[in-house]
Design a protein around this ligand. Sequence first.
Ligand SMILES: *[C@@H]1O[C@H](CO)[C@@H](O)[C@H](O)[C@H]1NC(C)=O
Ligand SMILES: *[C@@H]1O[C@H](CO)[C@@H](O)[C@H](O)[C@H]1NC(C)=O
Ligand SMILES: *[C@@H]1O[C@H](CO)[C@@H](O)[C@H](O)[C@H]1NC(C)=O
Length: 368
Amino acid sequence: MAMNGFVVALVMFMVVNFAEGGDDLDAGASFIFGDSLVDAGNNNYLPTLSRANIKPNGIDFKASGGNPTGRYTNGRTIGDIVGEELGQSHYAVPFLAPNSTGKTILYGVNYASGGGGIMNATGRIFVNRLSMDIQIDYFNITRKQIDKLLGANQARDYIMKKSIFSITVGSNDFLNNYLLPVLSIGARISESPDAFVDDLINHLRGQLTRLYRLDARKFIVGNVGPIGCIPYQKTINQLNEDECVGLPNKLALQYNDRLKDLLTQLNENLPGATFVHANVYALVMELITNYAQYGFTTASRACCGNGGQFAGIIPCGPTSSMCSDRDKHVFWDPYHPSEAANVIIAKQLLDGETKYVSPINLRQLRDL
Ligand SMILES: *[C@@H]1O[C@H](CO)[C@@H](O)[C@H](O)[C@H]1NC(C)=O
Ligand SMILES: *[C@@H]1O[C@H](CO)[C@@H](O)[C@H](O)[C@H]1NC(C)=O
Ligand SMILES: *[C@@H]1O[C@H](CO)[C@@H](O)[C@H](O)[C@H]1NC(C)=O
């Protein structure tokens, strides 16, 4: 009797699950590219010095029961939150995870990698990471797998109409390339900021165009945040609470200006494509400036980290000190926002006004 009940329950579970599987595809997929701000675990599978699959990272991530997953924050990334809000029932799986095969990839794949950048040379200090060129090579592999799963016509339709391509990249091209004197002294001596930004924009144009050639049509591209205001920069430069380092922010703004123009051009030049500009800089700066209004107690001190006045030198790990009020900190660690900050940023990208997300917001992009 008990056994029969179990079998019936199991069969019903499978039927329900299968039925849900059908509906799930209607909600579409996220294909996520970029750096540690959105890495969901790819670096776990690389021999690299940039890793987040150590405690207490992930302590608030419900899907893993608080265990680390490779996400560089205490909970969900912006990519996770956006996927949930758009009705996708699965988080985009890390491309490099061995079980990211079969139907799973139809719900979205994450190619992002801690330390990665637009340029191949970016993040060399970590020994290994996936740069944008390689992330797109990997999407080219996924693209062929989707053809096999759905057939060429339906696959093309699914990628063009039901899939959102999010790109969150650029910070490392400054923090772990241009601004690193040891490794890129050549580049910095031979290239002015203007020339370097030019190089970044040209490479990114090529990368976004490659994704377009692989049938991507709905894009959201984030600009570079105020990287002069992260706890790491504030600590090593021994700043006060309300100060930020000038040069990194200046470079970010210079790049961001050019990015906005690039996306306008691509909207005009690539038929059928929509490139949404996510003003991450303005969003994060708003949180940093008016943190108390959003319920935070600090925007300068990392919740998890060690060293200096803002716990901003040594990355978050088992021996770090950790704050008790994790949702009261804008920054989880010396570099990355907390889940609480990610929730506010994601909500603005989904439903926000044009000063943060333009020409349309993410929900409108999905419904195109
Ligand atoms: C893949 O493996 C990871 C790690 O074991 C697990 O957390 C995840 O749920 C698995 N994903 C799928 C789709 O099976
Ligand atoms: C970067 O590396 C990729 C993969 O190895 C390669 O295809 C690409 O040409 C490289 N880009 C540059 C600018 O060197
Ligand atoms: C995708 O891969 C194929 C080889 O399998 C190659 O011919 C093609 O140029 C690639 N497409 C892009 C956009 O990188």
